[in-house]
Ligand binder design. Structure first.
Ligand SMILES: O=C(O)CCC(=O)C(=O)O
Length: 329
């Protein structure tokens, strides 16, 4: 099956696309982990977490999405078949989003001892998982634009790392994450984009086109099929994005991104503390739904009213343009 990102073809020829290099042999070797992270810009750990915990989180979250009609539970829940979404427009999405982020099993994944242990080794001290976590439900037809995390997380220490965790199987064509090899060393990114603050500077995705991005900022796109328990960690300078979800069975992609830093270093207050500011205003993290033909829905952060319900004030413009997200995360 042809792979696309933002609706554009990804070149999967050898030399352009390759699997991620596993780093499991470095676990328990702090110096080796640091060296490999500095060198590769990412570390991939197949089956780092126990699959039972990950699959329990998957069931927990999919059950909640089924309440909104996002999952059609006439099919087995684990198949995550997209539903008719009738509940989305009227539900309290603020409460929904909180219930997903604070779910017992979901927290057991993001705060898994294996993961925290790895970060303690990498960072050389006690670690803090950002108080905000980003569980991500990606419907068929959806994806995620190209970006680095730095500009969205750079108000505290610069030693922050992201873990992308598939919550269940994610095949390439089901919307796997991909990182751009060597991009963390791109001089062009360091000279401009990586100095920005996403909220102050109103950042948009870097570009829609995976071929253009590849030529400009790095070497091969790296990705592969993911299994429950796999974890992909990367630094704030590594350019990444997601493949579009082309599941032939209508399977929604469920994954998580969470961020980690040393507990004794300054935090980015947007994402930490009891009152999460996020990108400001009254908004909720609820990615996707661009196919509702409303420009508002291109943003991962949706405006809500005082009851937590979606506000739709943009114009319906037919097919919504891609890559128009105003504030990622
Ligand atoms: O899962 C995705 O679609 C995007 C995730 C991402 O950008 C991240 O983990 O930083």
């Amino acid at each position: 099956m042809e792979l696309t990102a933002n609706g554009r073809r990804v070149d999967t020829a050898p030399g352009r696309f390759a699997p991620l290099e596993p780093a499991s042999d470095l676990l328990g070797d702090p110096a080796g982990l640091r060296e490999a992270m500095a060198d590769r810009g990412y570390l991939f750990f197949p089956r780092l977490l126990d699959a039972d915990t990950v699959l329990a989180a998957r069931r927990e979250i999919l059950t909640k999405y089924a309440v909104l009609g996002e999952i059609d539970d006439r099919f087995p829940l684990d198949d995550a078949v997209a539903g008719d979404r009738t509940g989305v427009a009227t539900a309290n999405l603020r409460a929904f989003s909180e219930s997903v982020r604070n779910g017992y099993w979901y927290r057991a994944v993001t705060d898994h001892e294996q993961l925290l242990g790895f970060y303690r080794d990498l960072l050389g001290g006690e670690v803090h998982c950002y108080d905000f976590r980003w569980p991500r439900f990606v419907r068929p037809g959806e994806g995620c634009g190209f970006h680095c995390d730095g500009p969205y997380m750079n108000r505290g220490t610069d030693r922050v790392f992201t873990s992308w965790i598939p919550l269940g199987r994610v095949r390439l064509e089901e919307g796997a994450l991909m990182v751009l090899e060597g991009s963390h060393r791109s001089e062009e990114l360091h000279a401009g984009y990586l100095r920005a603050d996403a909220d102050v500077d109103g950042l948009v995705w870097l570009d829609d086109d995976p071929v253009v991005v590849q030529q400009r900022y790095g070497r091969r796109w790296l990705s592969n099929d993911f299994a429950p328990g796999d974890v992909l960690c990367f630094g704030m300078h590594t350019l990444h994005g997601a493949l579009d979800n082309h599941s032939p069975t209508g399977r929604c992609r469920l994954s998580s991104d969470s961020r980690y830093q040393r507990a004794d270093e300054p935090v980015d207050h947007r994402w930490n503390g009891t009152e999460i500011e996020g990108h400001g205003d009254r908004r909720v993290f609820y990615p996707g739904l661009g196919q509702w033909n409303n420009e508002d829905f291109q943003d991962e952060w949706k405006r809500i009213d005082e009851h937590g319900r979606l506000l739709t004030t943009g114009l319906a413009t037919g097919t919504a343009p891609r890559g128009r997200q105003e504030a990622h995360r």
